[in-house]
Design a protein around this ligand. Sequence first.
Ligand SMILES: O=C(CO)[C@H](O)[C@H](O)COP(=O)(O)O
Length: 237
Amino acid sequence: MNMDQLKRQAAARALEDVRDGMQLGLGTGSTAKHFVELLGERVAAGLKVIGVPTSEATRLDAARCGVPLTTLDEIDHLDITVDGADEIDPALNLIKGGGGALLREKIVAAASDRMIVIADDTKWVPTLGKFPLPVEVIPFGLGATRRAIEKAFAECGVSGQMAVRKAKDGHVFVTDGGHWIVDAQLGRIEDPASLATALSAIPGVVEHGLFIGLASSAVLAGAEGIRVIERRKPKGD
Ligand SMILES: O=C(CO)[C@H](O)[C@H](O)COP(=O)(O)O
């Protein structure tokens, strides 16, 4: 089975949790796209759901697949968000943003009762950080923001090259929100929660790709089949 078939399998497994009447967050990326397509087939067969897309790309895909859409201004919560990830650790902390949609993805995930992460099992890692960490920034004052990011990295015991993301045409990649992304090659992030807090405190940082405590479960498809991993909730949660 190739990688794309594994992604579709993970998406199909997540779809089993979707019930009539649910309000869904729709993720971004090649795995989430499978979910949107499969959801569209169920909608065509009569399933009643409504979705909030996490990017303009997903909005177009969902419309093409006949999935009814709304916004977080029109509804007050989401039942489930189904989204992909670039890395998933055993605590179900994530690196996301490889597709550049991290800001809307995090807003939508945070507005959801549950977030199901769908992926092929190559995304499962013991420690986050091999995948470059995306940090979404305001273009104004980028030099100062980069220095503040470097300081936050040093305080959290990580370091690595940073580069402003470029689009395929060589121009700077611009997010749906009109911001830029700095990708940081950190290698290993021993304490992702502390790094997330430090990055969130920097004025020019709009958002970062560390998703801490947001994923409820992960559906991982691999050669040996599908594994569903539930997040262990901290006491009192
Ligand atoms: O965070 C994301 C987009 O911002 C994606 O979910 C992540 O990059 C995984 O993408 P794919 O399913 O194509 O591997």
